[in-house]
Write a protein that binds this ligand. Structure first.
Ligand SMILES: Cc1cc2nc3c(=O)[nH]c(=O)nc-3n(C[C@H](O)[C@H](O)[C@H](O)COP(=O)(O)OP(=O)(O)OC[C@H]3O[C@@H](n4cnc5c(N)ncnc54)[C@H](O)[C@@H]3O)c2cc1C
Ligand code: SF4
Length: 515
């Protein structure tokens, strides 16, 4: 990959978590929460834990640079791994290892992978668009990445439209704004209107990449748009997404929140005539590339859900600690349930990391992971965290859902009663037992269940989306032939069909290391 021309650095480069938090101040974003404008999101007690989770991605890069950072081929400087375009399968694998580690450190969604996967996708898709249509997108895109690398910014990925009637394409919707679209073009750039739903970490990002959400037809040209906007661009309004038990972070105290330091963040983003200069437009009307873009993005992103194995490590640890606190760590069914949780959790990790190891180069030189295995990983993720969560609640006991509040624990009369009657094993402080119960509640019913459960179900596409991708690649004719041969059934050897059957997924499975 070659380098784009340098641009002037107008803002300092972000290195530490603290630099990052400071970089978010004073941006004057239009953020609504509880019907009011938020003056400074950084200082809002309900928003701050989500900012802390992102700050941890910078601090990890300082503590473990080999894991969470790399040298930019565009600037020659050290940058976050979240901004890197993969140039090998090792790069893909390292993304997964970093994601598992950050899941372990935060116990939640650290919000940076959608942008990472969008960057990787666009590197190859802009290259192939230019090859077919003679467009200038790839050079523009490399110049954009270079600017992002110079500052070490956070990028959000805005794909999911609000979509209205799910049975209709964008141009047939009763309201044309239900999918983000171009409203006008000028010599300077284009203007967008519409809304994106469920945008992870958008308020905590510096830039956002707008992308189409589905394959598009001839009549949807104005919806085939990819462009980058700064999060503080004029015309952007953010409506904060509520999370279960979110207002606990506004009550003071550190027990009832379950995880006082970290949370995820999603918001709805409304675009009202948002301007994007041509230099930041990377697709405009190329409907024939919308499905390639969505499929490549989901291929990267579905194996990024390895993050859940890191979060799962925390939940397994919490369940095991509860068994200790309750005095029953040696009971055989407890050990067996911890084994089951670990088996499920490692299944997620195994399929994700395998998708990365079985990656390959695209025409632009960017590496992409294996489509089939990425979909299998994400499909596991739609189910296994729910089962891991169920077992964690089993081991926690019913107190996970009926425990009195932290204020009672600190009450002059009730506190002593709680310390006496919520005691487990004699040498474990009651407060520790309460904290662990609240963490399990947080991850399976509270704020971080959004990231661990519902995001696992719908993020990067609902379960059916993975089944469609798996069905497309399952090569049944090839498998039927294998069975027929062994069953002794005579079949005609059609060389073309055999060659076809050995393409696709199995070509990747049987590819030898030096091919
Ligand atoms: C916590 C969280 C974080 C997310 N973060 C991001 C993000 O950062 N960026 C981003 O772009 N997106 C993000 N998403 C969005 C995610 O990709 C979508 O939720 C997902 O694609 C499903 O879309 P939907 O929510 O509109 O559900 P719907 O599309 O309404 O799906 C509901 C059900 O209807 C089915 N269905 C939908 N359409 C059809 C159809 N045409 N025919 C038959 N069945 C259909 C689905 O399979 C599903 O079972 C996030 C989602 C969550 C929950
Ligand atoms: S859900 Fe996981 S993959 Fe998606 S942004 Fe959050 S941490 Fe990253």
């Amino acid at each position: 990959m070659d380098t784009a021309p340098p641009e002037t650095l107008t803002r300092p480069k972000i290195v530490t978590g603290e630099d990052y938090i400071n970089s978010l101040r004073g941006r004057n974003l239009t953020v609504y929460l509880f019907g009011e404008l938020v003056e400074e999101p950084v200082d809002h007690p309900m928003i701050r834990p989500s900012i802390n989770a992102l700050a941890e991605t910078y601090d990890l890069a300082v503590r473990e640079p080999e894991l969470a950072s790399t040298i930019s081929p565009f600037t020659g400087e050290r940058i976050s791994r979240f901004l890197h375009v993969c140039a090998s399968t090792d790069d893909l694998v390292l993304q997964n290892k970093m994601q598992r580690k950050l899941g372990q450190l935060t116990g939640t969604c650290f919000q940076r992978c959608v942008g990472m996967d969008a960057l990787n996708t666009l590197h190859s898709v802009t290259f192939e668009m230019d090859e077919k249509h003679g467009t200038p997108y790839h050079e523009r895109f490399k110049a954009f990445i270079t600017r992002m690398h110079r500052h070490n910014y956070v990028i959000g990925g805005a794909m999911t439209d609000v979509k209205g009637d799910r049975s209709l394409p964008p141009h047939q919707q009763a309201d044309p704004d239900l999918f983000v679209h171009v409203t006008r073009r000028t010599d300077a750039g284009l203007y967008l209107t519409g809304a994106k739903a469920h945008q992870t970490g958008c308020i905590n990002s510096h830039w956002m990449i707008i992308m189409p959400t589905m394959r598009l037809g001839e009549h949807d040209r104005d919806y085939a748009i990819v462009g980058a906007v700064p999060v503080d661009a004029e015309g952007l309004t953010y409506i904060y997404g509520r999370q279960s038990c979110d207002t606990r972070s506004m009550e003071g105290g550190s027990i009832d929140v379950g995880n006082a330091r970290f949370s995820g963040q999603e918001a709805m983003v409304i675009l009202e005539d948002v301007f994007i200069p041509w230099k930041n437009v990377f697709m405009d009307g190329e409907v024939d590339f919308a499905s390639m873009l969505v499929e490549r993005f989901t291929t990267y992103h579905r194996r990024s859900y390895v993050c859940k194995s890191g979060v799962g490590d925390v939940l397994i640890g919490a369940a095991a600690a509860m068994a200790d606190f309750n005095g029953i760590p040696k009971a055989s069914h407890i050990k067996d349930k911890l084994v089951e949780m670990t088996h499920l959790n490692e299944t997620i990790y195994a399929t994700g990391i395998a998708a990365s190891h079985q990656g390959h180069a695209t025409k632009s030189g960017a590496y992409i992971c294996d489509d089939m295995l990425a979909n299998v990983c994400k499909h596991h993720v739609t189910k296994m965290p729910y089962e891991i969560g169920r077992i964690a609640q089993d081991l926690a006991g019913g107190m996970v859902a009926t425990m009195p509040s932290e204020k009672e624990l600190n009450h002059p009369r009730i506190g002593a009663l709680l310390k006496k009657y919520l005691k487990g094993k004699a040498d474990v402080p009651t407060e520790d037992r309460m904290r662990m119960l609240r963490l399990i509640e947080n991850m399976t019913l509270g704020r971080n269940a959004v990231g661990y459960l519902t995001e696992s179900l719908h993020g990067a596409g609902s379960p059916q989306a993975q089944r469609i991708q798996i069905a497309r690649q399952m090569q049944l004719e090839y498998k039927k032939r294998l069975a027929m041969v062994l069953a002794g059934i005579e079949i005609e050897a059609d060389p073309e069909a055999v060659a076809d059957e050995l393409g696709g997924y199995f070509a990747r499975v049987f590819k030898l290391p030096d091919e």
